[in-house]
Write a protein that binds this ligand. Structure first.
Ligand code: NOJ
Length: 715
C-alpha cells in the first residue's frame, strides 16, 4: 500500500503538466490511425485508450484482431519518458465471448456466488484480448422498465443491488490486491454514478429528480457496496440530479463519493459527458466544461478531449488549481499500480476452458429464468409431448444474447427450436419458419400443447432504446388470442430484456416462463426447464407491471396516507379506476416445479437496546422451509422488514436478507438471518445514517408478499 503511494509521488514529481493531462485523457482506439495514436502514447499524451464497440472491427468476436496493434501502442507508451502504460478499457458487460444473462436476469438468480463465478470467467476471456478495465457493473437501480438500460442493472432494489455489486466487482477484480494484479483480472467500473436509472419517464439521458433522502436510501447503496468491495473506478453519469449535472458536481463526486464513501480510485466521465455540460446549460464552451468537470471531481475525460485541449491553459490561468490536476493523476496512477498495469501491459494468452464457461453460462441462465405461472401443473412438459412451437422468438439467435455483447459468438447460439429438437428428440415439434394463420391452425390441430415463444429483439433494449409502451407488442397479443381460440392449452416463454406488461395475454396462458435475454445458453437452458430436467428457481428482480400506465410500480415505496397501497392488495385501493393497483407479478416472485412451505419462524431476543445495535449486536431470525412437492428444488428465502414508526416515512417492505437454498423433496432446511445496524437504519432528514428506536415488522417468505411475520424491537 505504502509502496504504491510512494511510487505515485515519485512519478508525479517528475511529470510535466502535459504528461499529467495526458494521464487524464482517454482517447478512442482507432486502428486506422495507429501512427498518430502511437505518437500520443510515446509522448505521454494519453492515459487510456477505449476499445469502442467497433474498435475490434465488428460486434462479433474475432480472434484477437487488434492485439498486435494494441501491443505496438503499448510499447510506445512504455518507451515514453516515464514509461507509464496505457490502461485499455472496453464495455465488457455480461460476458465476452461466452455471454451470460443480461444483468437484470443475473440479479433474478438471487445467487451471488454464481454471479461472481460468471464474472471471473468473463474477466479471463476479456484479459485474453488485452483488456485491462471494463465499464461494468452498471448499478443503476431502476423502477422504470421503459428505460432501455434497465436490462443492464440489478433491478429495483437497493439491497439486492448491493449484493450484486459486490459479486460483480469481486468477480471481475479478484478479492484482494494480490489478485487484482493477476493477469486474468480486470479493473471494474461502477456506473453510472448516479441517478441515471431514475431518468424521468424512462427517457434515456434525461434529468432525474431525486431528493437527498431517496438518493441515499435507494440509489446510493449499490455504489457504496461497490466502493466497499474495492471497485477501481466509477463512471459519472450523463444525467443531472435535481439540478446537479453529475459530471461537474463537487457535491456528488467529491463530497459524497470520494470523501463520505471513501472512494480512492478514479472517476471517469461517461462518453463525451464533459462537453455535454454545454448542452446541459452548465458550461459556456468546451474550455469551461473542462474546468467544471475537473474541479468537480471527474478525473479522466472519456472521448471528448476537453481536458487535453484546455486543462493546461486553465491551469496557467489559475482557473483549475494544479492540486486538482495532481489529485486526479494520483488516482489514475493508483489504479494503474494497484492493478499491475505495468506487468499486464503487453498481452499474453490466458489459459481458460471455453467449454467450462459455456457450461457456467447455461447454469446461470437456468437460475435466472422465472416460472411465473403453472396452472394445473402444465409444466414441465412430457418428454413425448406434441407441441406447436410458434412465435417471433422460435428462430431467434442473436437476440437471445441481449444487448451490450460486443464480442459475442452468435454462431454458437442455438435457437429455441434447435435446442428442443436436439435435447428432446422424442418430442414432436410442429413448427414452421413461415408465420401464417393457416400454418398455425394446422400445427395447433395436431399438438397437445402450444408453446408460444414471445419476446423482443435485443435491439429494442439497451442504451438509447427506451420505449413509451412496454405492454406485450400488439402482434404478439393477437397471436396469443388467435392461438387461444383454437382451444389447446398454451404456455408462453417470454424472451424480453425488460419487464413487460402482460395483462392482455396472461389470462390465456396456463404456463409462463420469463426467460429474459439469457445469453449464449438461453435456449438449451430453457429447453431443460420446459421438459423438467431443470427445476426453475429465478425470482423477479424487478416488478412486472400489468400495463405501462402503472409505471413506476415497485415493491418498496413508503406507506401511503390513504387507500393507495394497491401493490399489497389494499381492499378498494384508490390507485386507478381502470386497472388494479397490483402488479402482474411482484418483486421477488417466482415459482418452482415443487412447493415450499414456511414454518416455525423464531426470533432470538426480540428486544435489543439501541446502544447494543449500534455496537454490533444483531437480531437472529430463523425459519424452517420444507420442500413439500415431488422434486428437489431451490428456493430463495427472503427476509423483509418494515420500520413501523419513524422520523421519515419508511418503505412498506424492504428486502434485508435472502438465501438461495437447495432442498430435496420432502426435506426441510432452517435458514437464519441476522439483522443489525446495517440493515435497520436509514439516512434521515439530516443525511445521516441512524437506527431509530421502535418496532419493526419482519416477514419471511418466497417473495415480497411474504406473510409469515413477527416483530422485533429496538428499545
Ligand atoms: C456510453 C455508455 O453510457 C456507457 O455505459 C459506456 O460504458 C460508454 N458509452 C463507453 O462505451
Amino acid at each position: 500500500m505504502m509502496d504504491i503511494e510512494k511510487r505515485i509521488e515519485e512519478l508525479l514529481s517528475q511529470m510535466t503538466l502535459e504528461e499529467k493531462i495526458g494521464q487524464l485523457t482517454q482517447r478512442i482506439f482507432k486502428g486506422a490511425e495507429i501512427e498518430q495514436m502511437k505518437e500520443f502514447a510515446r509522448k505521454g499524451q494519453a492515459g487510456s485508450y477505449l476499445l469502442g464497440s467497433t474498435a475490434f472491427g465488428s460486434d462479433v468476436y474475432q480472434e484477437r484482431p487488434l492485439i498486435g496493434l494494441m501491443d505496438e501502442l503499448q510499447e510506445a507508451a512504455l518507451e515514453s519518458r516515464l514509461g507509464i502504460p496505457l490502461i485499455y478499457g472496453r464495455d465488457v458487460i455480461h460476458g465476452h465471448r461466452t455471454v451470460f444473462p443480461i444483468p437484470l436476469a443475473l440479479a433474478s438468480s438471487f445467487n451471488p456466488d454464481m454471479i461472481k463465478k460468471s464474472y471471473r470467467m468473463t474477466a479471463e476471456e476479456a484479459s485474453d484480448d488485452g483488456i485491462h478495465w471494463t465499464f461494468a457493473p452498471m448499478l443503476d437501480v431502476s423502477r422504470d422498465p421503459r428505460w432501455g438500460r434497465c436490462i443492464e442493472g440489478p433491478g429495483e432494489d437497493p439491497y439486492l443491488g448491493s449484493i450484486v455489486a459486490k459479486s460483480i466487482v469481486t468477480g471481475f477484480q479478484g478479492d484482494n490486491e494480490e489478485e487484482y494484479k493477476q493477469r486474468q483480472h480486470l479493473a471494474a467500473c461502477a456506473k453510472h454514478y448516479i441517478g441515471y436509472g431514475a431518468s424521468e419517464g424512462g427517457r434515456d439521458y434525461h434529468r432525474a429528480e431525486i431528493s437527498d433522502y431517496s438518493l441515499r436510501n435507494y440509489y446510493l447503496p449499490a455504489f457504496k457496496a461497490a466502493v466497499d468491495s474495492g471497485v477501481a473506478t466509477v463512471m459519472s453519469s450523463f444525467n443531472e440530479v435535481s439540478g446537479e449535472a453529475v459530471t461537474a458536481s463537487e457535491y456528488l463526486l467529491k463530497d459524497l463519493l470520494k470523501t463520505e464513501l471513501g472512494f480512492d480510485g478514479f472517476v471517469v466521465t461517461d462518453w463525451g459527458a464533459v462537453w455535454q455540460l454545454i448542452l446541459q446549460g452548465r458550461a459556456t464552451d468546451r474550455k469551461d466544461a473542462a474546468r467544471l468537470a475537473l474541479n468537480g471531481g471527474s478525473d479522466m475525460d472519456m472521448e471528448d478531449n476537453c481536458y487535453w485541449d484546455y486543462l493546461a491553459e486553465l491551469a496557467l490561468e489559475g482557473k483549475v488549481p494544479i492540486e486538482n490536476i495532481d489529485e486526479a493523476v494520483r488516482r489514475i496512477l493508483r489504479i494503474k499500480l494497484r492493478f499491475g498495469i505495468w506487468e499486464k501491459a503487453l498481452s499474453e494468452r490466458i489459459d481458460y476452458d471455453s467449454e467450462l464457461h459455456y457450461d457456467q453460462s447455461k447454469k446461470m441462465a437456468e437460475e435466472c429464468m422465472v416460472l411465473l405461472k403453472n396452472e394445473d401443473n402444465i409444466l414441465p412438459l412430457k418428454k413425448d409431448a406434441k407441441i406447436a412451437l410458434i412465435g417471433p422468438m422460435v428462430n431467434a439467435r442473436r437476440s437471445l444474447l441481449g444487448s451490450w455483447t460486443l464480442d459475442c459468438e452468435p454462431d454458437k447460439v442455438s435457437t429455441i427450436k434447435e435446442a428442443i429438437l436436439s435435447q428432446y428428440p422424442e418430442v414432436t415439434v410442429y413448427t414452421t419458419n413461415e408465420e401464417s394463420y393457416d400454418n398455425m391452425i394446422s400445427m395447433i390441430y395436431e399438438c397437445d400443447t402450444v408453446v408460444l415463444a414471445l419476446g423482443e429483439s435485443y435491439l429494442m433494449t439497451g442504451e438509447g432504446k427506451s420505449l413509451a409502451y412496454i405492454d406485450v407488442p400488439k402482434e404478439q397479443e393477437e397471436l396469443v388470442k388467435k392461438a387461444y381460440a383454437l382451444g389447446k392449452p398454451m404456455i408462453a416463454t417470454m424472451t424480453f430484456g425488460r419487464p413487460i406488461g402482460m395483462q392482455s395475454i396472461e389470462p390465456y396462458l396456463k404456463g409462463i416462463i420469463y426467460t429474459w435475454h439469457s445469453g449464449s445458453m438461453t435456449a438449451p437452458a430453457l429447453a431443460d426447464i420446459l421438459f423438467g430436467k431443470v427445476n426453475p428457481s429465478g425470482k423477479l428482480a424487478m416488478t412486472l407491471p400489468r400495463v405501462t400506465g402503472q409505471i413506476p410500480l415497485y415493491y418498496n415505496p413508503p406507506r401511503a396516507s390513504r387507500r393507495c397501497n394497491g401493490y399489497y392488495g389494499d381492499p378498494n385501493p384508490i390507485n386507478y379506476q381502470d386497472v388494479s393497483g397490483r402488479p402482474m407479478y411482484p418483486f421477488g416472485y417466482g415459482l418452482s416445479y415443487t412447493t415450499f412451505e414456511y414454518s416455525n419462524l423464531t426470533v432470538e431476543n426480540k428486544e435489543i437496546s439501541l446502544d447494543k445495535i449500534n455496537n454490533g449486536d444483531k437480531f437472529a431470525i430463523s425459519v424452517e422451509v420444507t420442500n413439500t412437492g415431488d422434486v428437489d428444488g431451490m428456493e430463495t428465502v427472503q427476509l423483509y422488514i418494515h420500520d413501523k414508526i419513524a422520523s421519515m416515512t419508511r418503505p412498506i417492505r424492504e428486502l434485508k436478507g435472502f438465501k438461495k437454498v437447495m432442498i430435496k423433496k420432502g426435506e426441510s432446511a432452517r435458514v437464519t438471518f441476522n439483522l443489525g445496524y446495517s440493515e435497520l437504519g436509514f439516512y434521515g432528514r439530516d443525511s445521516k445514517y441512524n437506527v431509530e428506536l421502535g418496532e419493526f415488522d419482519i416477514y419471511v417468505g418466497g417473495n415480497c408478499y411474504a406473510d409469515l411475520g413477527d416483530i422485533i424491537i429496538v428499545k
